[in-house]
Design a protein around this ligand. Structure first.
Ligand SMILES: Nc1ncnc2c1ncn2[C@@H]1O[C@H](COP(=O)(O)OP(=O)(O)OP(=O)(O)O)[C@@H](O)[C@H]1O
Length: 317
């Protein structure tokens, strides 16, 4: 059953005359990984700050674990782990000492602190450098220490602002797998990012922000259906007899083309991989490769913005 832990309804934030967040409504369910996507200035960080009670709501409502973050900031903050874009630690203290400071602030009972800090550092794979000064840490290590803080607090919601930006591919990979572990522990994760490939891999659902509004939301598959009309691309490599006529005749295939001596590319309305395999056997061909290309969030996102821009240009003309 879906239990919403964050609920925004017609939420607005106004800076002077500028509506930075413009009547957005969405729910994030318990245990979900939910992504806020969108270009610079689209309103993602402002939305996060309203969830945390760190900036006032102009109108509409936001509830976090059924509480109003503006009226009950301490209760809300005690259950949320927030990792801003630039995580702040005391560089002259070690990782362990920084977490000991957090543990005191979070009022973790003194008898539990040591074991919980050790456990949090082990979870983010920083146990080996627990007693090194944070000043010597790379950005990837600092980000992991930020997650250790969230683990240490035992937060039920983790909010991460641009967590993988500036990380090298391996550090980003490690970080994404740690987010996966948080989800396995039942933590709800809300994150904002420009890194579409990262978001596609870890998010159950995403909300695409544009000019303060949520333009699209749903799973990547749902977004693909909305933006691309449910089309899929399939790549095939088959040796032996030509498969082209059999592929063109398949139900659900919009177009089929031969793109190399043994390679074909199809545009389909649905998953036709089983039909392709049967067609290859029927035609006496050896099927060596069959890739159902799930459209990337990059393709969906770019296609969506391109179509909006062309509509705006037509409208202005
Ligand atoms: N304190 C502020 N005063 C005035 N305007 C602000 C303030 N904070 C944000 N804005 C404006 O609100 C809009 C939304 O900004 P926000 O930081 O939420 O966007 P974002 O989607 O998080 O962008 P980015 O990806 O660059 O972090 C922008 O036009 C920004 O200039």
């Amino acid at each position: 059953m879906n239990t919403p832990v964050i609920q925004a309804s017609s939420l607005c934030k106004r800076y002077g005359k500028h509506l930075a967040v413009d009547h957005i409504s969405f729910n994030v369910n318990k245990g979900e990984v939910f992504g806020l996507l969108g270009p610079n200035g689209a309103g993602k960080t402002t939305t996060i700050l309203m969830m945390l009670g760190l900036t006032e709501v102009s109108s509409g409502t936001i509830r976090v674990l059924e509480q109003d973050p503006q009226r009950a900031p301490l209760q809300v903050k005690s259950q949320i782990g927030y990792m801003p874009d630039a995580v702040g630690f005391y560089d002259y203290l070690t990782a362990w000492e920084n977490l000991a400071y957090t543990a005191r602030l979070a009022a973790i009972p003194a008898r539990e602190r040591e074991s919980r800090i050790d456990n949090a550092l082990a979870r983010v794979k920083l146990a080996d450098v627990a007693h090194d000064k944070v000043g010597s840490f790379s950005r990837g290590m600092r980000q992991r220490l930020g997650l250790a803080e969230i683990v240490l607090k035992g937060a039920s919601i983790a909010i991460l602002d641009e967590p993988t930006s500036g990380l090298d591919p391996q550090a980003a990979e490690d970080f994404l797998s740690l987010i996966g572990h948080l989800k396995q522990d039942g933590v709800t994760v809300l994150l904002s990012s420009h890194m579409l490939d990262h978001m596609q891999r870890i998010c159950d659902r995403v909300a695409l922000f544009r000019k303060g509004r949520i333009a699209l939301s749903g799973s990547v598959d749902e977004l693909a259906r909305q933006v691309l009309g449910g089309h899929r691309y399939v790549g095939i490599e088959a040796h032996g007899a030509s498969l082209l006529p059999a592929l063109q005749a398949l139900d659900g295939v919009r177009s089929a083309e031969q793109v190399g001596e043994h390679a074909y590319r199809l545009l389909t309305d649905r998953d036709v991989r089983g039909d392709i395999a049967r067609a290859a056997v029927g035609a006496g061909a050896d099927l060596l490769r069959l890739d159902d290309d799930v459209p990337s969030l990059d393709v969906i996102y770019n296609r969506y913005f391109q179509s909006l821009e062309s509509k705006e240009v037509r409208h202005a003309a």
